[in-house]
Design a protein around this ligand. Structure first.
Ligand code: NAP
Length: 304
């Protein structure tokens, strides 16, 4: 696994180990290597961009899960400079990973992507056949998806998982949103009646486990019930145990154009294809249940 030390990876590594799999994961620092080892994985030091070194690390494995991303934190989300490293990780990293998997004879590549690629669907449901929108920030995701499809065309099983807006303990942005909710501030990006499709990190992790046996293809990994942005803010406020007094910035966020378009559009995304193909089901059917569980974990951590 690459990205095993990130937000999704922090849940996916223990989920895979718990399901009985033997996991090796890329580590970039001794501290992260120690965390992986404590989770039951074997840390491996290798560059994401070195195809030959990756192939050597992949040898003997049945599948590679590429969860490496470098999305800028919320404070630098709008910065084009900060996005460049993410683009490199998505484009060049995913190409090296897919190529190395072919070289090493690995049968399966699971590539992380996002549902924010779909065009705004207003109140209509989006599935995997809904047209995607190649807006600038989406291009590196589309390139990563293309590398996974190329892996399938060359005889492997390339699986693309398009994750919804993830949240949960370990995702820095959701811990920030939760802290803001405690101060009665809710973030509503775009039309309050527009939809947001989300996924709790624990459910993203169980989807990675399920993806080990799914046929090659592209799958949405979202919960069962997308909420409107107004409902999402209310679910967060309820979990934080507060009333929402201020909701920012609503439709004004649309003024930021392309740099925020992944979050301002209305996306009501269906998980039917993945559920049918794998039998996977999210533990948290919507952000209402998922945020309550997240609040319990965050509060427990603060108290400890
Ligand atoms: N997808 C969403 O829904 C979403 C939405 C908004 C905000 N966010 C936020 O954006 C932030 C970043 O999220 P994320 O999913 O990109 O990252 P993340 O949770 O930080 O995970 C990224 C993973 O990729 C690895 N990685 C990054 N650059 C690498 C490189 N050059 N070579 C090898 N591995 C590399 C990281 O390794 P290291 O651990 O060594 O760094 C880490 O394991 C988080 O705070 C998240 O909460 C995510």
């Amino acid at each position: 696994m690459t990205g095993g030390t990130g937000a999704i990876g922090g849940h996916a590594v223990p989920a895979l180990v718990g399901a009985g799999h033997t996991v090796s994961a890329l580590a970039r620092t001794p501290r992260k290597a120690a965390t992986l080892a404590a989770q039951g994985a074997t840390p491996v030091e290798v560059s994401l961009f070195d195809r030959d070194a990756l192939a050597a690390a992949f040898a003997g494995h049945d599948a590679v899960v590429n969860l490496a991303t470098a999305i800028p934190p919320m404070s630098r989300f709008m910065s084009a400079k900060a996005s460049r490293e993410n683009e490199r990780v998505r484009k060049e990293g995913s190409r090296a990973v897919a190529g190395a998997a072919l070289d090493a004879g690995v049968g399966r590549v699971i590539q992380e992507s996002v549902t924010m690629l779909y065009r705004d669907q207003a109140d209509l449901w989006a599935d995997e056949d809904t047209p995607v929108d190649p807006f600038p920030m989406a291009r590196s995701n589309l390139a990563a998806e293309a590398n996974a499809r190329g892996f399938t065309e060359q005889g492997g099983a390339g699986v693309v998982l398009r994750f919804g807006w993830f949240y949960g303990p370990g995702a820095e942005h959701s811990e920030q949103l939760f802290a803001q909710a405690r101060h009665h501030v809710g973030l509503v990006l775009g039309r309050p009646g527009g939809y947001v499709s989300s996924i709790h990190l624990a459910d993203a992790a169980s989807a990675v486990v399920a993806a080990l046996t799914v046929p090659a293809g592209t799958f949405n990994v979202v919960d069962d019930e997308p909420l409107t942005k107004r409902e999402y803010a209310a679910a967060l406020a309820r979990a934080a145990g507060t009333a929402m007094w201020v909701r920012l910035p609503g439709r004004a966020a649309e003024l930021f154009g392309d740099r925020l378009t992944s979050l301002t559009r209305s996306l009501r995304v269906s998980n039917a294809r993945f559920r049918t193909a794998t039998g996977w089901a999210p533990r948290y059917p919507s952000a209402r249940e998922g945020w309550l569980a997240t609040a319990r974990t965050l509060d427990h951590r603060t108290a400890a």
